[in-house]
Write a protein that binds this ligand. Sequence first.
Ligand SMILES: [Zn+2]
Length: 121
Amino acid sequence: MLIKDSVLDFILGVSREIYPREFSCQLRGTEKIIEEAIILPKTIYWEGFATTFMNMQPIDHSIIGSAHSHPTTDYRPSSQDLRFFSSFGVVHLIIRHPHKAIRDVAAYNRMGERIPVELSP
Ligand SMILES: [Zn+2]
């Protein structure tokens, strides 16, 4: 999976700004590249995220997944994350502290398996 550098910078920047709270957003793009991050009202914080997120959103096939930050140096998905990942999309990003670079970002598929993510050339 590729990610545009502007999208990566945005996600890292908001994660740092909101720390120690958790940031979350939707991702738009194709099966190969993450092109845009979309923040919906009331979905910035993790609490109630999954339900709010799904209920607010009409079916939009350009939505390919999600991204959220963890306040710790651990970017492994929680059981709640895994349940959420399995509900839609092709890529889900978790950004760990210190939210500084692509090495702080892990990508997972819908099954919760780690997949490679690189900056788009
Ligand atoms: Zn999480």
